[in-house]
Each structure stands twice: as C-alpha cells, then as structure tokens.
Design a protein around this ligand. Structure first.
Ligand SMILES: [Ca+2]
Length: 434
C-alpha cells in the first residue's frame, strides 16, 4: 500500500450480516512506492467472513491511499500464541530503475535522421545482463500534421571489434514504436526522453541502440535531432553508427544516453524472482507461490528464452512464434530457499486456435518429465463457450525434497499450420518445509 500523506487505516473482516472483526489498525506513512504489510490474525470460529474492509480512521485527513495485491492464506495453527514464531514473508521486489551506463554530454546536434531510410544510433558495450529503459536527448523538428507515423527505437545485435568497422545486424532484440505525438509521455522533467525497452543482453558484448525512420517521410522539416558529444574519445566503449541500404557506417561522436537496468531481491545470495511470495503458514510449513505480474518485465524472471518469446500483459500470457527450423521455448528456474516435496502447476492455453504447449520439469536439467494437461471447456464472460482448451492443474510429489526446480515450456506436437503457441494464467506453487 502507499499513501500521498501520513495516514492511518483500520482493517476488518466483515460479512453480509455486517458482523465485523478488527484485524489491525496501522499507520500508513507517506510513500511513492508500495510498502509491503503483513498481518497475522485469528477469525472468530463461530462466524463466516466474506470480505476485507479497509477504512481510514480519519476520513478527512486528505490522504489518498492505494492498496493492491492483497493475498490471504489459511494458517496451520491452533492458537494465535503461535504467531510469535512466524518467519516474515519473503517477497520478490525488483528495482527496475538501476542506473547503468551513461554519456551525458549533449553539446552537439546530430542530424542524420533528416535523410530517409536511416537507422541511426549508438554502439555500446553492455555493462549488465538486463536493460529496462534508455534515456535520450533530442529536439523534435516537425511540421504541423506530421505527428502520426511511427519511428522505431530498436536494440539490435552488432558485429564489432574495437577499432574495426561495425555492422548493425538485422536481428532486433527489443523495439518500441512511437510517433512524435507519443513523445510527450516519455518526456522527463529535465526535457530528456526516457523510453521503456526491456532486453536481456550479454554483459561485455557490443549492441546497437538507435532510431529507425524507415516509416517516416523524413526531411529537414520533419525529423528527430539527437544530441550528444562531438568528442568520441571520451566515451570509450562505443561509437555512433548509421545503417542505410543495408550497409553500416561509423561516425564521430557519441549520443547522450542513460541506460537503466534491474536489481533483484536476494535472500542469503539466492535471487528471488519478481512475482514470488514465500510465506510461513505455521508449524514448520510454508508456501512458495510465483505468478507473472504483467508489468512489462516478466521476461526478466525467465531462466532462458528464444528471441520470439514475448509477454502480453493484457492477455497475461507468454506467446511464441512457430517457424520452421527455429527453436521456440522458454524456461524458469525456481529456487525455493526452503525444501519442498510437492508442487502445483496451474496454467491454460491463451487461445484455443494456438498450438498446444508441453510443460516439462527437471531437478537437474537432464531428466525432464512432462506435466499432464487436460482439454477443458471454458465459458467466457460473454457466455460464449470454448471447447477443448488446454489446461494444466497438476500436483506432483517427489520422494526426496528439493530446493531448485526447472520448468521448460515448448510447443507440443507442432502443427505447421499454427503460427502461435503459448501459456497463460501461469502459477507455480510449492509446499515448503521451513
Ligand atoms: Ca566513443
């Protein structure tokens, strides 16, 4: 929860008979980011409660409070005296805004994008494994009605050895389309433009970030004038590059840029993936629960993925493309901290016309077992009935408790007529021994 002002709320369980039982009254400090709150509480054994009520103790204190991602777990206790021994919940919180590499001199204008069919930008050596955003500095040169067509901000692979000629490759690792009219939403208070662009990269390898104006009618009255440093010697780990008609040319100078990356939560050196909650439920038992959060960075939680894999935040689904002679798969590695002997998978096919999916699990990445699925019927909110949708709802028990499990997702019995495959509403849960 977060609040625009210091405030205080009372939290109660209630039911339709208006019977209420207070869980806790808590102070909610002013905060720009969500603060995690955990409460252990007994219910009244003779009553059934159906709702949780959050209420400000002073309705007129002017604080705007938001509460999100509420979870309730049933605890394995007999008396609330046992609450004293509970371990605090471990949550995977990721900071997506860690400053990485930057070059902040912006004294020179670069006019390359006023010519048609240009890809122009910066080669750089990646300084971390993930990129989440890039900030650029530019002037928008436009005539009144030219706002509609799309530029593309692209992160591409390059062939480059220091000192040699660069080659910007055709493989686009991540891209973001935007029109001149969209730019206002990326504009920062200091006038720079910060674009969200997620990519998993290899540290110490060179990449290209730049803008493709191929869809724009570019000329001296309609272009993006990028800014940077005329002295290319100051930033050593990269150069400016232009690609046109399939050929790459290097040019003197470096852009103004700031890259941002990710920092995962760790617990005793183990990375906790973003959508994870590890909870104590009492008497030596705990639960591990993971589900993608749909915040645009869900690929960061994957252990591996082929370049065609994307996450659709609206459909809450991973999607891959089926192409002849090209692998399409992704995998998770879950480290549960505490051992588990039983786990549960829940998932379903995002679209019944897509190719079905195999989910395999392994504890050593050598022996893989397929997780069974069924074909279910689903009734949509508009009462349309869908038959034969692939669904996973499986519990698997292991004799020897494990701390690490790998899950691999790939298209099942490929039908070459189908272009897409994927998985939606995915949840992984394990019963932990604390
Ligand atoms: Ca340079």
């Amino acid at each position: 929860m977060k609040s625009t002002k210091d405030s205080r709320i009372i939290i109660e369980t209630t039911n339709p008979l208006d019977e209420a039982k207070e869980i806790k009254t808590i102070d909610v400090p002013k905060s720009n980011t969500d603060l995690f709150q955990e409460m252990l509480f007994p219910t009244d054994g003779n009553r059934t409660y159906s709702d949780i009520l959050f209420e400000k103790t002073n309705k007129t204190d002017g604080a705007n409070i938001s509460v999100s991602d509420i979870q309730i777990s049933k605890l394995n206790v007999i008396s609330d005296k046992e609450f004293a021994n509970f371990k605090p919940t471990i949550k995977g919180e990721i900071d997506y805004n860690i400053p990485l590499l930057e070059q902040t001199v912006n004294s020179r204008n670069f006019d390359q994008l006023k010519d048609p069919d240009i890809i122009f930008g910066q080669l750089f050596k990646a300084s971390a494994d993930y990129i989440t955003a890039i900030e650029l500095d530019m002037d928008i040169i436009k005539q009144s009605n030219n706002g509609g067509s799309n530029y593309k901000l692209q992160l591409r692979e390059v062939n480059y050895e220091e000192g040699g000629p660069p080659e910007i490759r055709s493989i686009v690792l991540a891209d973001l389309g935007f029109s001149v009219d969209d730019l206002a939403k990326y504009r920062q208070a200091d006038g720079k433009y910060k674009f969200p662009l997620f990519a998993k990269v290899e540290k110490d390898k060179y990449y290209f970030i730049g803008i493709d104006n191929g869809k724009i009618d570019a000329n001296q009255f309609n272009y993006l004038r990028l800014k940077g440093n005329p002295n290319g010697e100051i930033f050593q780990d990269g150069i400016l590059a232009v690609k046109t008609k399939g050929l790459t040319y290097s040019t003197t100078g470096d852009l103004y840029f700031k890259f941002f990356g990710i920092k995962f939560n760790e617990y005793n050196g183990t990375r906790i993936l973003g959508g994870t909650v590890i909870s104590d439920i009492g008497r030596g038992k705990g639960t591990f629960k993971y589900q993608p959060r749909g915040n645009g960075y869900d690929l960061a939680d994957l252990n591996s993925y082929t370049s065609d894999i994307s996450f659709d935040s609206v459909k809450k689904s991973f999607e891959g493309e089926i192409k002849t002679n090209q692998a399409s798969d992704f995998s998770y590695k879950f480290e549960t901290i505490f051992p588990f002997a039983k786990f549960h998978i829940f998932a379903k096919q995002p679209d019944v016309t897509w190719n079905q999916t195999s989910i395999l699990y392994s504890f050593d990445q050598k022996n893989w077992q397929e997780i069974p699925s069924i074909e279910a019927n689903e009734i949509l909110p508009n009462e349309q009935k869908i038959q034969g949708i692939q669904a996973f709802d499986s519990t698997i028990s292991e004799l020897i408790p494990k701390n690490i499990i790998y899950l691999k997702f790939q298209p099942k019995n490929i039908d070459p007529e189908k272009k897409s495959w994927g998985i939606g509403n995915f949840i992984f849960e394990a019963d932990l021994k604390l």
